[in-house]
Write a new protein. Structure first.
Length: 94
């Protein structure tokens, strides 16, 4: 069950990144897109600001977008479970 949760979480993160890049409706290309280090950094920073930062949840609550609020909460909750699972598999129980 946790492996399926991990797959869903990783797919959601990919969807967030694709949305930030403006390619959310496009299928995944078979080859990697050539991006510079600066492009990658800006995409990750924008994705963090839009989906993972505390400010993103505050903004979603002020505009009362329930669907977006649920996505942000699911990203947080799943991230915690996935991180704990990976740490326990690595031998860190505390």
């Amino acid at each position: 069950m946790i492996s399926n949760l991990t797959k869903v979480h990783e797919a959601t993160i990919l969807q967030c990144l694709m949305t930030v890049m403006g390619a959310n409706d496009a299928p995944l290309p078979s080859e990697k897109a050539p991006l510079s280090k600066g492009d990658i950094d800006s995409i990750i920073e924008l994705c963090y600001e839009r989906y993972f930062s505390p400010n993103a949840l505050r903004q979603a609550t002020t505009i009362k977008d329930q669907k977006h609020i649920n996505l942000l909460l699911r990203l947080r909750d799943f991230a915690t479970v996935v991180e704990c699972n990976r740490l326990m598999r690595a031998g860190d129980i505390g």
